[in-house]
Design a protein around this ligand. Structure first.
Ligand code: HEM
Length: 564
């Protein structure tokens, strides 16, 4: 036996020696091949400006620290450079763009439509929903879903927007003037509104799950952000060994339980013959309902920009002959279920993915936008005065709900919303995978195939070549005469082009109703200044310290004759 062992030993040592003597050259050969296959990428990348990095890991060390530190590092490191900045995150080449001419090439193109590989971290949550899907699947689903956000469908949501806005005001009134984080309230309110409008779940039948859902989404965003910025967590097998993977499973359970419940209930209602969810709340008197129906038919939508530069158009602005959702006035989930029943392009699993996508995209973005707006009103009291004056002109001392027509008259409030979205865009970065080389318009630069292009909305919106005094909150930046002289792609909080935000009009209308309702009932105060904001970009732009404000109940003034 001893003889067998001693005879084996030399054989195994010889095989080990052979294995390693072949392994290292093989790795070296593979590395040389890999570098050579990326030769063109390195050549083109060398011509692009950007901060110096270390060999192999590039600028990966800049990706350390808390979300706020990271955000600050990125903003500061980008300052010395113009509108094209290259960064190496290990082997990954990231190219940040902030010139509107370059951004137009990317966003208006039918070629550069694919999201960057990092969006795959969303997959366990959103599956292949509209945000991350590509190719024919994305195209057919976008065509199906976009009409459910048509203006005529949205107008029928106004009463539900009102109802939920009043509900959140009642909750905030109970805080009796204490300082609180308004994001929690805005977040819950936007989830409830989405459940009622897009999913057709009445607030009366909603329970704690809406709040739990909002909190779980917030924590999921933290995990996704962590994966985006810590490159060692990129490979699934490493991530799955970490404590974050276990946390993610628990959070996705909360999130998916709600979406599954919503679809199950809706399907049951369908099978019992209850269809269509564009309900009108009971507090509206029958004669008012008739008046509102008339108004919906006759309102001309002029002067409402829906959050993008005038002149920019996308599929939300076009009336297609097959606007099924708009014609039948079906809300989002009703339309998807009905289409599936009629054998259309969508399966049960795909419906779930789209519901998860709309619930995420439709909630966290709007919650951040409205929370920044309220914080800014609290800081800039003289601007709040002007918004309040406008609201008092429209409503006088009446506490009637807001109509669609009223939202058209909220011109100054709209300018303040746009300025909020300029300075604090809820989606501060948009990433695309570039499969083909791309010549930029701003200089003699070529983006290599295989790199990730990042549209740096936050930087673009603060360029002093476009916005004089860009760090100052100035709603007059959105006066029509100032907008007229600006590049269309200089203001893109909702992205632009074929992959622009499908909920843009929905978001703007909903925000107008919520924010006007809050400002009709309360004076907003903030003890912090904008310089004290500790911004962080956990997918969605937020404030590390929370959105702390105080509310003081106010009485609206009687309507005065408009100043001549
Ligand atoms: C202030 C509120 C909002 C902002 C700032 C915003 C911003 C954006 C941006 C920048 C994108 C492009 C993201 C990318 O390409 O990576 C996007 C996409 C999208 N948004 Fe929004 N959004 C808002 C509200 C909403 C709402 C309310 C909904 C739905 C109810 C929604 C649904 C979507 C969907 C489905 C997409 C993916 C579209 C596609 O790829 O075809 N968003 N949004």
């Amino acid at each position: 036996m001893a003889g067998t062992v001693s005879a084996d030993l030399p054989t195994s040592s010889v095989s080990t020696a052979i294995f390693f003597s072949l392994l290292f050259p093989a790795i070296a050969l593979w590395f040389v091949y890999w570098r050579l296959s990326r030769k063109r990428m390195y050549e083109l990348a060398d011509k692009l400006p950007g901060p110096n990095g270390l060999p192999i890991i590039g600028n990966a060390l800049d990706l350390m620290g808390t979300s706020h530190i990271l955000f600050k590092t990125f903003v500061n490191k980008g300052k010395p450079f113009n509108d094209v900045i290259k960064i190496w995150a290990g082997p990954k080449l990231l190219i940040f763009l902030a010139d509107p001419r370059d951004i137009e090439i990317i966003l208006s193109s039918q070629v550069y439509l694919d999201k960057s590989p990092e969006y795959r971290f969303f997959k366990p949550w959103l599956g292949n929903g509209l945000l991350i899907s590509s190719g024919s699947k994305w195209r057919s689903h976008r065509k199906l879903i976009a009409p459910t956000f048509h203006l005529n469908v949205l107008k029928s949501f106004i009463e539900l927007f009102n109802d939920n806005s009043r509900h959140v005001c009642q909750k905030m009134r109970d805080l009796n003037g204490k300082t609180f984080d308004c994001h929690d309230y805005m977040s819950e309110c936007t989830v409830e509104i989405l459940l009622e409008t897009a999913m057709g779940v009445s607030r009366k039948t909603q329970d704690q799950s809406g709040f739990d859902y909002a909190m779980a989404v917030m924590k999921m965003c933290d995990i996704l952000h962590l994966r985006h910025t810590k490159i060692w967590l990129y490979p699934d097998w490493i991530f799955n060994l970490s404590k974050y993977a276990k946390k993610q499973v628990k959070l996705l359970d909360v999130i998916h339980s709600l979406t599954k419940k919503v679809i199950r209930n809706k399907k049951e209602a369908f099978s019992q013959g209850t269809r269509g969810s564009l309900a009108t709340p009971e507090y509206i008197k029958p004669e008012e309902k008739d008046k509102k129906e008339e108004l919906k038919k006759t309102t001309v939508v002029e002067g409402l920009s829906f959050g993008q530069s005038s002149g920019l158009k996308d599929d939300l602005d076009v009336d297609e002959p097959n606007d099924i959702g708009e014609k039948k006035r079906l809300a989002f989930l009703d339309l998807l279920l009905e289409s599936a029943e009629n054998g259309a392009v969508i399966s049960d699993e795909e419906i779930k993915e789209q519901v998860d996508t709309i619930m995420f995209e439709g909630h966290d973005t709007t919650a951040a936008g409205s929370s920044f707006f309220l914080s800014l009103m609290g800081i800039h009291q003289h601007i709040q005065d002007k918004v309040v004056d406008e609201l008092d002109q429209i409503f006088g001392d009446s506490d009637r709900p807001c109509t669609f027509q009223d939202t058209l008259e909220m011109k100054y409030l709209e300018r303040c919303m746009m300025e909020t979205l300029r300075m604090y865009p809820p989606v501060p970065l948009i990433a695309r995978h570039v499969k083909e080389e791309l010549k930029l318009a701003s200089g003699d630069y070529v983006v290599p195939a295989g790199s990730t292009v990042i549209v740096a909305t936050f930087k673009l919106h603060r360029l002093d070549s476009i916005y004089p005094n860009p760090e100052k909150f100035d709603p007059d930046n959105f006066l029509p005469e100032r907008q007229a002289n600006r590049h269309y792609y200089a203001f893109i909080p909702f992205s632009a082009g074929p992959r622009s935000c499908v909920g843009r009009k929905y978001a703007m209308l909903k925000l107008k109703v919520i924010l006007s309702t809050v400002l009709r009932q309360f004076r907003v105060h903030s003890d912090l200044t904008e310089e004290q904001f500790r911004l962080q970009a956990d997918i969605i732009l937020k404030r590390e310290e929370g959105f702390q404000i105080r509310l003081e109940p106010r009485k609206p003034r009687a309507k005065q004759a408009p100043a001549s």
